[in-house]
Design a protein around this ligand. Structure first.
Ligand code: NAD
Length: 460
């Protein structure tokens, strides 16, 4: 989703609240509409941008220079919180959009945080470990006075991970002697104060959100109005059929591997008919076994080719990476990168339910088109919050010294994912105006944020 798409969606929430939904925030008195407009304008801007070039001496003795950013979008609901991306796609606009999404995601999920995001423009594959450590430390020096356990709490994102968080924690500690430091970053290694289950939390939470939808529609556990009956029936048909749910998964990294394992071991039978990564799609009508494919991918950083599939005893065809999107399936879990479904391939999507594990995999036009075709899209801002939820547990654990087991942490995260999903699904299946689930997520989050802004005197 681009910055413009995000700000446009915020504006449409404002317009909707002013023109259509006069029940919301109706205790605000006669200047209600003006306050809503001002709240929207505030959320379309950011609180602070910190940027600079990180410079390190590389292994070959030359100087490497990397543009770096941290955007603090809004802290009405709590400390700024959001990941740090190491990628060549990083620029200020991308980081800004992602910081806005974090504010909305954290508010939607009732987490005590605002939104922020960071990024370094770097190709991690072209750097040694020592170079990446030096870049990580330089990034912390850039942000020295702008991050902290009660100010702005970064976490890993694409291209960074627990090792980077451990390096950054150590640099922050060195720069701030005699001050609290352990909660400045989440997503650290368990030995360094990280929470158990953090690495699989996003993929499991994404699957949980979808499975909850399947459950409540199949088993009539939620009110559904006339306008949404046909969608309900098509989802129910998937849940009620005698054969396993057919699932296709795009991407096979941290998120998708955990989702694939959750699906494979789920008590509701699932058959994973396709899995892809940036190089290929594996397709099998009889289903793929992630318990074999995950270790292979982790060892080789790619999916097996035809002869390796034979050696592994897997019957599957190898197709091009995009094939996963259009295979015959009930559910498509998008767990790779942004802008994968566009007007070029929207008409070829066979899945009834699309789940956004990745941020922004469906572009705005395709989003509208797929909704109009009766597909259900569980949006990123709802589906992929398992990671930030467990980051919150990690931060809480750092404050209290509690030591929860992985099972307790993942159960707690799954329950929260179901609770928030229930709120969103209830709003969606009873909505009268044909709003998308994404729009309703933005609306619920927006109301929560501007309500706090008003209570705390930021809107008056
Ligand atoms: P990752 O780097 O571990 O995995 C990404 C996977 O996508 C890899 O298997 C890669 O081969 C594949 N891929 C890349 N380009 C592709 C393409 N064109 N077609 C098919 N596959 C492709 O990343 P991740 O942590 O799994 O994150 C995936 C997405 O989920 C990102 O959009 C990220 O922002 C989002 N996300 C992740 C987390 C998390 O905790 N991991 C949290 C929130 C959101």
């Amino acid at each position: 989703m681009t910055e413009n798409t995000t700000t446009r969606l915020i504006q449409s929430v404002v317009d909707h609240l002013v023109e259509t939904d006069t029940d919301a925030l109706n205790g605000w008195g006669e200047n209600r509409n003006q306050l809503i407009q001002v709240g929207g304008d505030m959320l379309k801007g950011v609180d602070k941008v910190i940027s600079g070039d990180l410079r390190i001496i590389k292994d070959d003795g030359t100087v490497g220079t990397y543009p770096a950013f941290r955007v603090q979008h809004n802290n009405a609901c709590g400390y700024y919180k959001g990941g740090i991306r190491f990628s060549t796609g990083v620029n200020q606009a991308e980081v800004t959009t992602l910081s806005m999404l974090m504010t909305l995601k954290n508010a939607l999920h009732h987490l005590p945080y605002g939104g922020g995001k960071g990024g370094v423009h770097i190709d991690v594959r072209k750097h040694s470990k020592r170079e990446l450590r030096d870049v990580s430390q330089a990034y912390v020096r850039l942000l020295k006075n702008d991050i902290g356990p009660y100010l702005d709490i970064p976490a890993p994102d694409v291209g960074s991970g627990e090792e980077v968080m451990d390096w950054m924690t150590n640099e922050y500690k060195a720069l701030h002697p005699n001050e609290p430091f352990i909660n400045t970053f989440t997503g650290k290694s368990i030995a360094n104060g990280g929470a158990k289950g953090r690495s699989e939390s996003t993929g499991i939470g994404t699957f949980t959100s979808y499975l909850y939808l399947l459950d409540i529609l199949t088993n009539d556990k939620i009110e559904v109005n006339e306008a949404h009956q046909s969608v309900k029936e098509s989802v129910k048909a998937i849940g009620k059929k005698d054969e396993p749910v057919k699932l296709a998964i795009q991407g096979f990294g941290n998120l998708s591997q955990a989702s694939a394992l959750a699906a494979y071991n789920c008590e509701v039978p699932h058959k994973i008919v396709a899995i892809s990564d940036s190089r290929s799609t594996l397709y099998s009508e009889n289903g793929l076994d992630p318990e074999v494919l995950v270790p292979f991918k982790q060892k080789h950083d790619r999916l097996p080719n035809e002869s390796e599939l034979k050696e592994l005893g897997i019957e599957a065809t190898v197709e091009d990476p995009k094939a996963v999107l259009t295979v015959d399936c009930d559910v498509l879990l998008l767990g790779a990168i942004e802008n994968q479904i566009t007007k070029d391939n929207q008409a070829d999507i066979k899945a009834t339910i699309l789940v956004e594990g990745a941020n922004g995999p469906i572009d705005r036009d395709a989003d509208d088109y797929l909704e109009s075709q009766g597909k259900v899209i569980i949006p990123d801002v709802l589906a992929n919050a398992g990671g930030v939820t467990v980051s919150y547990f990690e931060w809480r654990q750092g404050n209290t010294n509690e030591d929860k087991s992985k099972e307790e942490i993942l159960n707690d995260m799954n329950q929260r994912m179901k609770d928030v999903s229930h709120e969103v699904f209830s709003a969606y299946f009873t909505s009268e105006h044909g709003e998308s689930m994404r729009f309703l997520c933005f609306k619920l989050a927006f109301i929560r944020i501007i309500d706090v802004m008003k209570r705390t005197g930021k809107l008056i």
